[in-house]
Design a protein around this ligand. Structure first.
Ligand SMILES: [Fe+2]
Length: 394
């Protein structure tokens, strides 16, 4: 059934291919950029990815204005301010984020300060606080999971004021998301699996929440099928560029899906567990996903059942009676988690992830106050959250 009203917005140009990077200099020129600044982290640089990246500029005649390769795992306003100063000093006019979620959020933060000609991020936090057209921003993900290359949000810590600033604006959408498999070939198996399950959770939660729409549904279904077909190969043979490119595409599609609908209880629990027990986000998504679906079953059984098709394929879908498809979808999801656990040790419960039982009430309390819960099909109170957490514990 169509929603009575919905909006869908994705102006990000996708450049995807085995040598997509080689086309970047000419694309930057078309955006009016002459002196881009590259933002990345030590891990990306250490894996040799910055070198591959700069080689694609060698014969282009375009110079890279500056490279900052020290973004920490949690983006902070101090780092954003430091990079902004380098951007200004070198006369840069555009930004290239080469990395995972923290690098991408940092680049979005820098873009706010250089566009607004300001040194205080806090005044721009909140929803739609950005009025000016931003500088050109290219995002090159080095993980396949967050979807940040196509989302309107950024989260940056303000350490001095001890708060997390959240920014949400269509102006934060990058101009280009560039998917080149050379940028994800070196991602270790466990990280590959965890980030893939983050993408899976984006697609699944976007398909069942209250703000779903036909456009986000299309991206979600395509993403789930592509992840199912490629994730095991990506984890067992990281050097397969074809598989890596498929995972990058799936992650971006899942990002477009949830950026135009919402997520739900799986993310609210994951954010809470991440904040309190420092479980990596993708690990938390893998743990909570089947339990979140079971919790929502009474409110959206049909939608969960429809996900059996991309999750298990046409044969399984056709031979499963309609009344059993939702349960089977969760069964196949659990099979996938088990396979990933066997392959690389990706935790399937909180105990395996190092959480102690005494932390569960605190996680439950934080989860019900997380904004991700707003569009979840079923309301959740603290007791409900605690029940899910107990099931997911061991
Ligand atoms: Fe996520």
């Amino acid at each position: 059934m169509l929603p009575s009203y919905y909006e869908f917005h994705n102006p990000v140009k996708i450049m995807s291919g085995h040598k997509a990077l080689d086309n970047l200099p000419s694309e930057l020129e078309m955006l009016g950029a002459k002196c881009p600044m590259v933002i990345t982290d030590k891990g990306v640089a250490g894996a040799g990815l910055v070198k591959i990246f700069t080689q694609s500029f060698d014969s282009s005649g375009m110079t890279i204005g500056a490279i900052f390769d020290d973004v920490p795992p949690d983006s902070s306003s101090e780092v954003v301010e430091k990079i902004t100063a380098i951007f200004r000093k070198n006369g840069c006019d555009s930004l290239i984020a080469l990395g995972g979620g923290s690098v991408i959020d940092t680049a979005k933060g820098v873009n706010i300060l250089v566009t607004e000609n300001s040194d205080d991020l806090l005044q721009f936090s909140g929803a739609e606080m950005l009025k000016k057209k931003m500088k050109p921003l290219v995002v090159i993900p080095t993980t396949s999971g967050t979807g940040s290359e196509v989302t309107v949000v950024a989260v940056i810590s303000d350490i001095k004021r001890n708060l997390k600033m959240a920014f949400s604006s269509t102006r934060l959408l990058p101009d280009i998301a560039l998917l080149d498999p050379r940028m994800t070939l070196t991602l270790p198996p466990k990280m590959t699996a965890a980030t893939a399950m983050d993408a899976m959770s984006h697609a699944v939660e976007s398909f069942i929440n209250l703000q779903k729409n036909p456009m986000s549904d299309a991206y979600a279904l395509a993403a789930i099928e592509m992840i199912r077909k490629n994730v095991i190969n990506a984890v067992s043979d990281g050097n397969d560029a074809k598989v890596r490119l498929a995972m990058a595409n799936a992650s971006t599609m899942a990002g477009i899906a949830f950026s135009n609908s919402m997520v739900g209880v799986v993310h609210s629990l994951g954010h809470a567990a991440g904040g309190i027990c420092h479980i990596p986000h993708g690990v938390a998504m893998n743990i909570f996903l089947p339990f979140g679906l079971e919790y929502n079953m009474s409110k959206c059984r049909d939608n969960i059942g429809r996900l059996l098709l991309p999750m298990a394929g046409a044969d399984v879908y056709a031979r499963t009676p309609e009344s059993r498809r939702a349960e089977q979808m969760i069964h196949y999801l659990r099979e996938l988690r088990k396979a990933l656990n066997d392959l690389c040790g990706l935790p399937i419960n909180l105990k395996q992830a190092g959480v102690t039982e005494d932390k569960l009430p605190q996680i439950a309390k934080a989860a019900i106050n997380d904004p991700s819960i707003i569009m979840n099909p079923r309301e959740m109170d603290e007791n409900d959250a605690l029940e899910i957490l107990k099931k997911a514990f061991a």
